[in-house]
Every structure is written in structure tokens, then in C-alpha cells.
Design a protein around this ligand. Sequence first.
Ligand code: MCA
Ligand code: AMP
Length: 499
Amino acid sequence: MTNPISTLIDRAGATADRLAVVDGSGQYRYRDLLARSAQIARVLDPASGDLEEARVAFLVPPGFEHVATQWAVWRAGAVAVPIAPNYPAAEIAYTLDDAAPIAVVTTAAFAERIGPIAKSRGISTIVSSEISAPAARRIEPILGADRRAMMVYTSGTTGRPKGVVTTHGMLQAQITTLVEAWAWQAPDRGLHVLPLNHVHGIVNALCCPLWVGAAVEFLDPFDPVRCWERLGSGAISFFTAVPTIYARLIAAHDAASDTDRHRWRQGARAARLMCSGSAALPVSVLERWEALTGHRLLERYGMTEIGMALANPLAGERRAGTVGQPLPGVQARLVDESGYPLDRGPGEIQIRGAQVFLEYWNRPGETAAAFRDGWFATGDVAAVEDGYWRLLGRQSTDIIKSAGYKISALEIEETFRQHPAVIDCAVVGRPDPDLGERIGAAVVVSESVEPEPLRQWLEERLARYKVPRDIMVVDDLPRNAMGKVLKPAVRELLSSRAG
Ligand code: MCA
Ligand code: AMP
């Protein structure tokens, strides 16, 4: 055992009586989280006292039970693998095959969905709602900084999603960087509206408040009017979301009555900090939100593999269209195509520091390929202008960001090609005021098939946010003289037809 580390669970003892989680089922204190996670840990690991980094997958909707399950996995010495509740069977099966967990934890409502998929793979399913016996005393493992803690799936330029593994030490570095930069304090109360299988929702919106003994209020699913009601109550001090959510809040504001609008805006002013990230925040959204609520959104840049890396300042100028400067403890640099460091760029962002991930699960080749001399190569291109980092785009056109989700065009194309009537296809992202980018596909088919059944077929195989909203059947894909598909031409084709 090297370098034991303090975890959320160790810290919770000091704030046992404080409010920790509010969800649709009630209000819970830190002592409730400790008691419930001990119960679940006991069932996960009745005997050994240390599951020694075995993976435990859990499909539990956002709320108290989700947090208690996450803590239980850590208390049992296992690696937390969160699965989105709205994933179709094929995505769940892929995750279970890739992560090979020893058990799946779920609730009664989701047991029917994930139970049979787990069973057919010899993985046991624990229905947490059936666990009620008080936890017998057990000795918990002492978690070292270098023990694996979490595995979050992310899409990349290569095929199917990869499990991004972070250790307890890395997770702690990701959390404490933000606690320091954003001055999290115990009296804070965050409103949580994000999925809990991505770093934005896990680290920024959940682990940071719990680290300092603050409260987290869950709103699931996100609904703009209900969200405004909570922001408008004046009780929320911290809010973080993706640009699509801010765009939808603005639309809901504009559709509301004068009384509601006024009340919402006044209440929202009471917050301490509001952040945006996961995708580029349009300056128009930043300005409108500021005019409505008085909050100039703090835009930051992060990635599943590194947590948060660059951010506009808490105090000081938050410059529109930029992502600020490196966060405390984060080393960031720009390099040219041959890897030569540049002062101001444009160049690729590379990141080094204690918060950078350990590995892609079971993919040593891809892990090695992601680093250059110890620096993680993000694939994002930026330039530094007057001391502020500005994102300019991505090296790969095959990565799409829609509603804050990172999506691999190649994964969708590969799935499409498994359809018996699909000969070829090309998937692209097109600019969209609501989603940032909207996914579109041009498809060549061997027999007459309408776009709608193709879309439904994909929906059975991919998470909904990966399914193209625009599908166009074409005779041929536009190609260059070498036979390579011209994605800009595909984009134009879709724009000309879809409008
Ligand atoms: C959705 N719909 C569709 C399709 N997709 N219809 C046809 N074809 C499709 N492909 C339908 C939905 O079923 C729904 O219908 C309606 O369209 C609206 O769906 P959608 O636009 O998806 O909205 P939503 O379900 O309300 O969700 C919007 C959302 C969500 C709340 C913004 O996308 C979200 O939570 N995004 C955040 C993602 C995130 O956290 N990313 C962070 C990862 P109906 O209305 O009939 O039901 S990045 C990260 O973690 C890094 C570290 C970072 O930097 O942060
Ligand atoms: P993910 O892999 O889902 O963690 O998404 C990480 C990617 O989101 C980064 O590589 C960026 O391309 C993008 N991203 C995150 N924050 C921002 C931001 N503030 N502006 C533009 N893109 C962002």
C-alpha cells in the first residue's frame, strides 16, 4: 500500500449532520450516505474486505441511491463503472463486455432492463432497493492514491467507446483543483441536471460539493421550467451545465409569463457562480444569460481523460469566446504538427498533471498513442490571445459534439454498415443553434429503405444522442480523386436538403 489518500467517504464523517443530497425522494445527510453506502458495500463484498479493483457497474438514476452506490463501490475497494439509465440494450451489453464487471447494481425499476443482459454474461445483478439489512461491521480497504477508482466511457477517433480509468489520486486532483479555483464551501448548494456517466456531471457537479460538505439537489430529467423554478427560488448557489441547457433555459424564459420571468431572474441572481462547458458556449448565449440573470458564465475546458484543464477566472475578467487559463496544478501547452512547443499557437492542446487519466481500459496501444513524452494529446486546437486560451476546433472531423456529448462519426458509420441494406454511409456534424452540432448521415442503400426505419434500427443499437437526426438516402457519397469521402461536401449536401 502506497500513499493512502483521503476520499469523499473519509471526509464525510466530519460533516455527518450536514445536508448532502436532495432528490425527488427526500433529503439526505452525509450520515445517511455513509450508512446507505455501508449497506450496499456489505452486499457487494460480504467476505474479503477488499475487491481489489474489480469493476462494479451500476445503472442507478441520478439521486441519493446513485451517490450511495458510487460510494459503496469505493468502500468495497472496487472500480466504479456508471452506466446511463437511458442506454439501449446494445450499449449496455457493450459496456459490460468491455468492462467485465463482477457485479451490476441497479434499482427495481431498471432490473428488468439490465438484469437479463448481465445474466447472459454470468454477471450477478444486485437490486439495491432490496438491500435493507443494517450493515454488519466490516473492515474497509485503505485506498491508495494509485488505486483505480473509476471508469467512464468516452468516444474517440477509433471505433467504439473506450473506458477512461482514473485512480483515486487523479480523481482527488480533479476535484481539489476545482474546489480551489471555484471556492467551493460547505454552505454551497448545487443544482445538478447532468448525466452521471460523464465527468462534467460526476466531478464538477457532484464530487466537488460533496468534497466540502455542501449540498447537491438533483433535477432528473432536466426540464427547463423546473430548472428555472429551482434557480428562481434563490436557494441555489452553484449551477453548471452545457451550452444546450443554457439555450433551452433562455427559450423557456422567453416563452414564460411576465410574472414567472421576473421571479426566475430575480431568484437566479442570488447564485454565487454559474459555469458552462463540454462544448463551445456561443457568445450570444453568454450575453443573453448575463442580461437575464446578471451571471457572466464561467466557461472552462475539460475532457474525460483530464478532468478540467483551462478555465476563466472566478474573480477577474471572464472573456467571452475563450476558456481562460490553466487551472491550479494543470500544465498546458500548445504544439505544432511535429510536436514542437509553441508560445501562442495555433496548435494542439497537450496536458500534463496529477489529474490526467491512467489508461484506456484494456487498450495499452491506444493509451500509449495518446501521450507524447508524458503529455496527453487532446486533439483540440487552440491559440493564446492576450493571455486567454481560445479553442479553434478539433484535429479530427470525425468527432462531433452534440448537446455536450462527444460522439464518434466512425462509430455511427460502423453501426450503420451492419444494416443489411446499407452499402456505405458518411456521418457528419452540422452547426446547430440548440445542440451546437447536429448529427447528419448520408446513406447509400442496396434496396429501397426509408430514413425513418433506418433511424429506428440505429436507436436499438446506439444511445439516442448518437442517432443522426437527419438521414438522407443518396446514390453515391461525394469522394475525391483518391476515393476518400469528402465530409465537407456531405455536410453541404445535408444542409441543402434538410435546410
Ligand atoms: C433525441 N430525440 C430525437 C433524437 N434524439 N428524435 C429523433 N432523432 C434523434 N436522434 C428526441 C428526444 O427523444 C426528445 O423527444 C427530443 O428529441 C429532445 O431530445 P434531446 O434534444 O436529446 O433533449 P433532452 O433529452 O431534453 O436532453 C437535452 C440535454 C441532454 C439535457 C441537453 O442532451 C444532456 O444532458 N446533455 C449533457 C451531456 C453532458 O453532460 N455532456 C458532458 C460530457 P421527446 O421530447 O418526445 O422526449 S463532456 C465532459 O464530461 C467533459 C469532461 C467536459 O468538458 O465537460
Ligand atoms: P469528452 O470527451 O466528452 O470529455 O469531451 C471533451 C471535449 O469537449 C474536448 O476535447 C473539447 O473538444 C470539448 N470541450 C469541452 N469544453 C469545451 C469548451 N468550453 N469549448 C469548446 N469545446 C469544449
